[in-house]
Design a protein around this ligand. Structure first.
Ligand SMILES: Nc1ncnc2c1ncn2[C@@H]1O[C@H](COP(=O)(O)OP(=O)(O)OP(=O)(O)O)[C@@H](O)[C@H]1O
Ligand SMILES: [Mg+2]
Length: 312
C-alpha cells in the first residue's frame, strides 16, 4: 500500500425528494480518505445508503452537497477506471462467457471507423482482446466454459466471470455491491479467497459492501460502518453517517483461522452493536474513527446541531 491519498470524500450529503417534495436525507456529512490498494469493506443496516455510496464513487450519481475527489479531481461520470460488480445481473445474458469478458475491451474501440479504415489492424486488435480474455478465463478456472451462456453457470461461476469482466479493464477501483450475497456458504468462502487472490495479483483498491459482518472483517483491511442509528446532543440523528472507520488488526489478507478467532468475535460484536442495533444510539462524539485515514470535519457547534442539519 502506497499510503498516498487517491480518493477523498469531503462533507458529502445525499438527499432524495419524496413524493410530497420533502427532502429525505440519506447520507449525512460523509468524510474519508482512501489510499491506493486498500481493501475496504462497507457494512450498515439495510437502506442506510451503502449502494448510494458506491454509486457516488462510480460516478453514476452526484452528491447533493460536498465532493467526491479522485486524484484531487471531482468524479463526474463513470469511466473505465472504476468497475462495479453486483449481486446479480452484472453479465449480459445473451452473450457467452468469453464475449462477456471481452465486451468492455471491444467497446473501448472507436470500432466502426477503424473497421473500415484499417480492417487488418482492427481484426488484429480484436484477436488480441480475445487472447487476453482467454487468459483471464484461465486465471479464474473457467477455460472450459468459454462458450457457455450465463444461465448455464452456477452462481459462483457467474460471479467469477463478472469479476473477470471488470478486472480485464484494469480498473483502479473495483466496487462490489454484496457480490456474494446470493451464494451458498461453501461457494461464498471459496469466492472470498478468490477475491483476495485477485486483489493481491492486481493491486486495485476495493470497496466491498456486505451484510455479513464476518465477511467484512475477514476480507477488509479496513471496515467502514455506515449507520443511521446514532445520536447527537439534539437527539437521534438523521441520515447515515460513518459511525465506525477502523483498521482490521493483524496482517492482511487474513489466514482463514481468523474467522474462528476471539478477536474476530469481538470485532463483529462491537460493529453489530455500534452500527446495526437500532436501540443502541452511540453519540457522534464516540464514533470509532480510528483508521489513520478517517476524519470528520465537524466542530463542537455542529455536533449539537447535527440532528437538525439539512443539506442546503
Ligand atoms: N433514486 C432514489 N430516489 C429516492 N430514494 C432513493 C433513491 N435511491 C435510493 N433511495 C433511498 O435511499 C436509501 C438508501 O438506499 P441504498 O440502496 O443506498 O441503501 P443500502 O444501504 O444499499 O440498502 P440495502 O442494504 O438494502 O442494499 C433508501 O431508503 C432508498 O429507498
Ligand atoms: Mg444496497
Amino acid at each position: 500500500m502506497s499510503g498516498k491519498t487517491m480518493l477523498h470524500m469531503e462533507d458529502v450529503y445525499v438527499s432524495y425528494q419524496d413524493r410530497q417534495k420533502r427532502e429525505n436525507l440519506i447520507l449525512n456529512d460523509i468524510d474519508f480518505k482512501v489510499s491506493e490498494g486498500e481493501f475496504i469493506t462497507v457494512v450498515g443496516p439495510s437502506g442506510c445508503g451503502k449502494s448510494t455510496l458506491l454509486r457516488l464513487i462510480l460516478g453514476a450519481e452526484r452528491p447533493t452537497r460536498g465532493k467526491v475527489l479522485l486524484d484531487d479531481r471531482e468524479i463526474e461520470t463513470p469511466d473505465r477506471h472504476r468497475g462495479i460488480v453486483f449481486q446479480k445481473y452484472s453479465l449480459f445474458p445473451h452473450l457467452t462467457v468469453l464475449e462477456n469478458i471481452v465486451f468492455g475491451l471491444n467497446a473501448r474501440d472507436p470500432s466502426l471507423l477503424r473497421r473500415f479504415w484499417r480492417p487488418f489492424r482492427f481484426r488484429e486488435r480484436r484477436a488480441r482482446h480475445l487472447d487476453e480474455a482467454r487468459s483471464y478465463l484461465d486465471r479464474i478456472g473457467l477455460a472450459g466454459s468459454a462458450h457457455k451462456f450465463p444461465h448455464e453457470l452456477s452462481g459462483g461461476m457467474r460471479q467469477r466471470v463478472a469479476i473477470a469482466q471488470s478486472l480485464i479493464m484494469k480498473p483502479r477501483i473495483l466496487l462490489m455491491d454484496e457480490p456474494f450475497g446470493a451464494l451458498d456458504h461453501a461457494t461464498r468462502m471459496e469466492m472470498q479467497l478468490f477475491i483476495l487472490e485477485q486483489w493481491e495479483a492486481h493491486g486495485m483498491t476495493i470497496f466491498f459492501v456486505t451484510h455479513d459482518l464476518e465477511e467484512a472483517c475477514f476480507l477488509g483491511s479496513r471496515v467502514v460502518v455506515l449507520s443511521q442509528y446514532y445520536q447527537t446532543d439534539a437527539g437521534p440523528g438523521q441520515g447515515a453517517k460513518i459511525v465506525g472507520d477502523l483498521a482490521v488488526p493483524g496482517a492482511h489478507p487474513k489466514p482463514t483461522d481468523f474467522l474462528y478467532s476471539p478477536e474476530m468475535g469481538q470485532l463483529v460484536a462491537r460493529i453489530r452493536e455500534e452500527g446495526l442495533d437500532p436501540d443502541y444510539l452511540q453519540h457522534i462524539r464516540d464514533f470509532n474513527l480510528t483508521h489513520r485515514d478517517a476524519f470528520r470535519t465537524v466542530n463542537e457547534r455542529e455536533w449539537k446541531q447535527d440532528a437538525c442539519e439539512k443539506p442546503a
